[in-house]
Ligand binder design. Sequence first.
Ligand code: SME
Length: 159
Amino acid sequence: MYDFKIAATDKPTLYRDLASALEALVAGEPDGIANMANAAALIWESLPDLNWAGFYRNVGGELVLGPFQGRAACIRIPFGKGVCGAAAATLAVQRVDDVHAFPGHIACDAASASELVVPIVRDGVLIAVLDLDSPNKARFDGEDEAGCIKLGEILARAI
Ligand code: SME
């Protein structure tokens, strides 16, 4: 049984504990889908105020839904479309305080209000994006962004 209790109250400690737990969870496991599935579950359980946490994979230049927690979501997203597509096309983190003001935002769940998308890149190639959605506006700050970039670096070696 895996029982990671991550209960830090300040974000730097929370993300440090989360990164350690993720390292432990993926250690020695070469299957990327399994590692994405466990990562989505760990993030979902550890971060408050999310309504979706998971992955879109780069499959031949198109984003295709990967392991996630939350409501059923759109399956295919072209590069350049919506928040995930912008992250894929630019390889830049997208932190959006109000998704309804983001041009081309894809509303998979009308409850989503803010979003953080981190490209996962290995050897300069996009492998996937980590997508976190929240029902709260401006849920994600710079500390969330830095913490999730670190998670993305761990995942780049594990998926
Ligand atoms: N809202 C995203 C689509 C993916 S879902 O949020 C799970 C976007 O605009 O890229």
